[in-house]
Write a protein that binds this ligand. Structure first.
Ligand code: CA
Length: 654
């Protein structure tokens, strides 16, 4: 039977585009194939539609925008999906010419209406602004030695994640980049060396697939967007390339970026936004298969769990396999090492678990375990934070820790632990323990949750700030009345000490190490560079901040006690000391994780005054105090008490 199918396919490939209809084939793998396959001799196109589709045309163009098709072909029906209730229909066309350099669109007729031109839902290369697919030879996009590119081997418990936006990182002239705002900035020595010096080992880049809201034909004008408005999921965004009009360039330069980061021992994590599209009516999903990819409410309206006007239906077979196929593609073609799922809580648990199974084990997966509105799927089926225990190998952000430190998400002027507001200690402890059950964390006093939602500490992302909301400096300024510059720096360092000594996976927003601010802008998704840029002069203005971050990260990496990666080990070795108001203190005891030090003590004091802590009688070496690290020791003390200076972390060992 298998040979028969292959033979039929082989015959089909030899037929010209205007060939007669083929008999139906039970050929599921074909449904997962790329929509375009190029060779010098021919290009074959395929598109999957609903079985209700009446006709599909393929248009070939000389240009990415404007002009008329140089050729239009009617596609032929190839086969229906063998999967019960799937209602998928595959169309194909083969053009026996060398089409390299040409562009294409599909147009589907359904319910007697033409749905409009689209590059399909799986274009691998596109023209400027992603309106038309581009026919290229993918092999020619590979940088030199691409086949030798290897991801650094870093276990998830050992990751230190740095979240960045291409433009933020390198656009400001103070950075001195040759390719400001581009993928290639991360191939420049300056861009790479900074990351290496800081010590982060994974870069999480904000959406870098082709998105809608930056006009790639007007890059000489100031434009900015985070990119949470996806158009073509399988293609890098054009505005970060040096030439978005050349479909090869963005692909080539993206790969060079990945290669350079890998060479520096840094993993690359992609922010993926499968939960919604830029719009419904003009979307490639809708023009290919109306209403299949979106969830609807009972009244027929579109559900809007994303807050962006729509939400996708991951529980449907083709949407589910779309997400999985797309992630696999980024891993295989672009050597991506992990995915951060935007509003992961809109997707269903089964999809996320299947994705976990289908991706290599060393690919990190984490996401926002919430949605931005109610979804048209029962809460119990959604990949929410509360359901993370049902999703082994997948992590979620801890807003308990974040807001326990900085203050609640619904009020920028509200403070918490860092601002000296008592009652947040258990939320901070929850984050230190990695969102697992710990006998000394009183879940009744933790914000937002009454259960330890992680089975393993590596299922929790520890953080105090990200691209959303105010950055740390702005939040501290907004929420701590009368804060001085000295206090600002002290609290900034204290906040990251909590994050970097958590048993969860630590995560920081790029530029925090430069004491970045965003001029108090809460949602800077389309703010100008003057708000979003990193000011590299801050490195010389506030050298103590970068130095502390560097030492803090190096400290974490030097001590397996902070990276136990196992809930049982955390419960065995992590012991909290009695809590005082706005003081969280704990020790990692008995050479935790094989640590060279017997007991490591971390005390986080957010009070405006120093505090005295009681410890077991002994001789201790202080390695971090008052914003300074010295691994071989800053000082020693003996006895059973120690003073912790105001608004800072004290770390010592015996
Ligand atoms: Ca774009």
């Amino acid at each position: 039977m298998r040979h028969y199918i292959l033979l039929m396919l082989a015959m089909l490939m030899m037929l010209p585009a205007s060939a007669q209809m083929m008999p139906s084939l039970a050929d599921e793998p074909k449904f997962h194939d790329h929509e375009v396959k190029y060779s010098k001799k021919k290009t074959s196109f395929q598109l999957m539609t609903d079985t209700d589709a009446q006709e599909v045309k393929i248009n070939i163009y000389d240009t990415a925008l404007g002009g008329s098709p140089i050729r239009t072909e009617t596609m032929i029906k190839l086969c229906k999906s063998p999967i019960i209730n799937d209602k998928s229909l595959l169309w194909c066309a083969i053009i026996n010419e060398d089409l390299k350099g040409k562009f294409y669109t599909f147009n589907v007729k359904q319910n007697d209406q033409w749905l409009g031109e689209t590059p399909g839902i799986k274009a691998l290369a596109v023209g400027v602004n992603g309106k038309r697919g581009a026919i290229i030879d993918m092999k020619q996009t590979n940088p030199k030695r691409w086949n030798k590119d290897r991801s650094p081997a870093i276990a998830s418990k050992d990751l230190v994640i740095y979240e960045m936006h291409h433009r933020d990182y390198s656009i400001d002239p103070s950075g001195g980049f040759a390719y400001p705002g581009k993928y290639l900035a991360l191939t420049e020595r300056k861009g790479i060396d900074h990351l290496k010096k800081l010590g982060v080992n994974a870069v999480h880049i904000l959406p870098s697939y082709d998105y809608a809201s930056v006009d790639e034909t007007r890059l000489n004008e100031p434009q900015y967007n985070w990119g949470y408005d996806p158009v073509n999921y399988w293609v890098p965004e054009g505005s970060y390339s040096t030439d978005p009009t050349n479909p090869m360039t963005r692909i080539h330069e993206f790969k060079r970026m990945v290669q350079a980061l890998h060479k520096a021992g840094i993993k690359v994590i992609l922010d993926v936004v499968f939960n919604h599209t830029f719009d419904i009516m003009g979307s490639n999903f809708q023009r290919t298969r109306p209403d299949y990819f979106y969830r609807k409410n009972r009244d027929g309206s579109y559900s809007n769990g994303s807050g962006c006007g729509n939400e996708t239906a991951s529980e449907r077979y083709r949407m589910r396999s779309y997400i999985i196929d797309c992630c696999k593609y980024w891993v295989e073609e672009y050597h991506i090492d992990g995915f951060r799922f935007d509003l992961m809580g809109i997707h269903d648990i089964e999809t996320m678990n299947l994705l976990r199974k289908k991706l290599p084990a060393d690919i990190i997966i984490y996401g926002e375990g919430w949605s931005a509105g109610s979804c048209a799927l029962p809460q119990s089926q959604l990949a929410m934070k509360a359901n993370i225990s049902q999703m082994p190998g997948i992590a979620a952000f801890s807003d308990e820790m974040r807001d326990g430190l900085r203050g609640p998400w619904d009020g920028d002027d509200k403070a918490a632990f860092l601002g000296g507001v008592k009652g947040n200690e258990e939320s901070v402890k929850f984050g230190i323990a990695g969102a697992i059950n710990h006998p000394q964390v009183d879940l009744k006093k933790v914000n937002y949750t009454d259960k330890a939602w992680a089975n393993q500490p590596t299922q929790m992302i520890a953080y105090v700030s990200c691209h959303d909301d105010m950055c740390l400096v702005d939040r501290l300024r907004a929420s701590v009345p009368g804060i001085t510059q000295d206090e600002l720096i002290r609290l900034d360092l204290l906040a990251q000490t909590a994050v970097m000594t958590s048993q969860g996976i630590p995560f920081m927003l790029s530029g925090e190490e430069m004491l970045r601010d965003k001029k108090g802008v809460h949602n800077s998704y389309n703010s100008p560079d003057s708000v979003n840029h990193l000011d590299w002069n801050n490195l010389t203005r506030y050298p103590q901040v970068m130095n502390y971050y560097r030492d803090l990260i190096a400290f974490r990496k030097a001590h397996p006690a902070f990276r136990l990666g196992d809930a049982e080990l955390v419960r065995r070795h992590l012991e909290f000391l009695p809590t005082q108001d706005c003081v969280v203190a704990y020790r990692l005891k008995d050479h935790a994780g094989g640590d060279m030090w017997q007991d490591i003590y971390v005390v986080l004091n957010a009070n405006r005054q120093s505090r005295t802590i009681t410890v077991p009688d002994g001789n201790y070496t202080i390695v971090c105090r008052d914003g300074q690290f010295r691994h071989i020791g800053l000082d020693t003390f003996s006895g059973n008490t120690v003073i912790v200076p105001a608004q800072s972390a004290l770390i010592f060992h015996n």
